[in-house]
Ligand binder design. Structure first.
Ligand SMILES: CC(C)(COP(=O)(O)OP(=O)(O)OC[C@H]1O[C@@H](n2cnc3c(N)ncnc32)[C@H](O)[C@@H]1OP(=O)(O)O)[C@@H](O)C(=O)NCCC(=O)NCCS
Length: 327
C-alpha cells in the first residue's frame, strides 16, 4: 500500500476513533481498516485530506456453514471511516464509487447476494445517505454493559422465577432435541424479516453445532421449564467463541447471546424476562463485561423486549439485495 494511503488511513482512523467515542462510549476505539478487494475508495475533503474512506470486501459464504443461514451466499460489504460529524456528502461520494465498482461485477447481480454496511446506530448523520442508495436497515447489534453494581448472582432472580412457576437449568447433551427445536424456532421467526435465510443444510448444521455446544462444560445454554416441559432457551457464546464480534464494542470480556426463544403458546407470561434475568446473573458472576446480540429490526417482539432487559442499539446492519441493485 503506498505510504500516502497508509498515512491517510492512520490519520482518519484516529479521527474516527475520537468521533465514535463522543457518539457512543460502547463503540470500539480506533480500529484499522481491513484489507479490501482493491485500494480504498476515497471521498474528497478539505486541504487535500480525505473526508472518508471505504473498503469493499467480497465474501462467498460456503453452503455448508451456518453463516449462509444468517445472510446471503455472496456478500459485498463496505467498511466506512468518515472524518466529519456530518457524514452525508462524503457518504454520497463513496456510495457513487461503490455503485460503479459493483456494477462491473457479474456476481453482484446474483439473486442470492447483498451489498452490506454496518453503521454505528447513533451516527444518525448517515441514515439519509444510506436510504438514498437504496439500502434498508435489516438488523441491529444491541449491547448490554454488565450491571454497574457488579455481579448480582443468579440467586437474585430466583424468587421471581419461582413466582412465574419456572425452573431454569443449564442445558446438557440430553437436551439436544429441545435445544435444536428452539434454535430452529428463532431462525424460522427471523426468516420472516429477512434476517435469516433457511437453506437445505440449515437444520443439520444447527443440530451439529448444538450437539458440540451442549457437550462443553459449562454449556452456556439455559432452558426454562414449566410443568417439567422446556418452554424457553437462552444460548450464549462464551468469550472464547465470541471473538468474531467482540471487536464491535469496547475492550473487555464480551459474549454474544446467539439465541433467545420462548414457545409461542407461553409468550407474554414472563418466561423470557425470567430466563434472561437468570442468565444475566450468571454472566455478571462469570465476569462478563459486555453482552452483544443481533435482532431483526422488523421483529415486533424483540426490540421492546431487549430494551426492557437492558439492551440498546450499538450498530445497524444495512443491506440491499441483490448487491448490484445499489443505486
Ligand atoms: C422475544 C421473546 C423471547 C420474549 O419472551 P416472552 O416470554 O414472551 O417475554 P415476556 O413474557 O417476559 O415479555 C414479553 C412482553 O410482551 C408482552 N406480551 C403480551 N402478549 C404477548 C404475546 N402474545 N406474545 C409476546 N409478548 C406478549 C408481555 O406482556 C411482555 O410485556 P411486559 O413486560 O410489558 O409485560 C418471545 O416473544 C419469542 O420467543 N419471540 C420469538 C423469537 C424471538 O423474537 N426471539 C428473539 C430474537 S432476537
Amino acid at each position: 500500500m503506498p505510504w500516502v494511503v497508509r498515512d491517510a488511513i492512520d490519520d482518519i482512523n484516529r479521527a474516527v476513533g475520537r468521533r465514535w467515542q463522543e457518539l457512543d462510549r460502547l463503540l470500539p476505539g480506533p480500529a484499522d481498516l481491513p484489507a479490501g478487494c482493491a485500494a480504498p475508495l476515497v471521498a474528497s475533503g478539505a486541504n487535500g485530506r480525505p473526508a472518508g474512506l471505504g473498503v469493499c470486501r467480497h465474501q462467498f459464504v460456503p453452503a455448508d456453514t451456518l453463516n449462509q443461514t444468517w445472510g446471503t451466499a455472496s456478500q459485498f460489504s463496505l467498511t466506512l471511516r468518515l472524518r466529519e460529524p456530518d457524514t452525508s456528502a462524503a457518504l454520497d461520494e463513496l456510495f457513487a464509487q461503490w455503485h460503479d465498482h459493483l456494477a462491473g461485477l457479474p456476481e453482484a447481480g446474483a439473486a442470492d447476494s447483498a451489498a452490506m454496511v454496518t453503521w454505528p446506530a447513533r451516527d444518525v448523520s448517515g441514515v439519509n445517505a444510506l436510504l438514498r442508495c437504496g439500502m434498508q436497515a435489516l438488523t441491529v447489534i444491541a449491547v448490554r454493559p454488565a450491571e454497574p453494581g457488579g455481579p448480582t448472582g443468579p440467586a437474585a432472580a430466583d424468587g421471581q422465577e419461582e413466582s412465574a412457576g419456572l425452573v431454569i437449568r443449564e442445558a446438557g447433551p440430553g437436551d439436544l432435541d429441545a435445544v435444536t427445536e428452539f434454535e430452529m424456532g428463532v431462525i424460522r421467526f427471523d426468516a420472516q424479516f429477512g434476517a435469516a435465510i433457511i437453506r437445505p443444510a440449515t437444520e443439520a448444521l444447527v443440530r451439529a453445532e448444538t450437539q458440540a455446544a451442549l457437550a462443553r462444560r459449562p454449556a452456556w445454554a439455559w432452558l426454562a421449564e414449566r410443568d417439567g416441559q422446556p418452554v424457553g432457551l437462552v444460548h450464549v457464546q462464551p468469550p472464547e467463541h465470541s471473538g468474531w464480534i467482540a471487536g464491535m464494542t469496547r475492550p473487555g470480556v464480551t459474549v454474544y447471546l446467539q439465541t433467545m426463544f420462548v414457545r409461542p403458546g407461553v409468550r407474554g407470561s414472563g418466561v423470557g424476562a425470567g430466563l434472561v434475568r437468570h442468565v444475566h446473573g450468571v454472566l455478571d458472576a462469570r465476569g462478563v463485561q459486555t453482552t452483544l446480540l443481533h435482532y431483526a429490526l422488523m421483529n415486533p417482539l424483540s426490540a421492546p423486549f431487549w430494551n426492557r432487559m437492558g439492551y440498546r442499539p450499538l450498530w445497524t446492519g444495512w443491506e440491499v439485495r441483490p448487491a448490484a441493485s445499489l443505486r
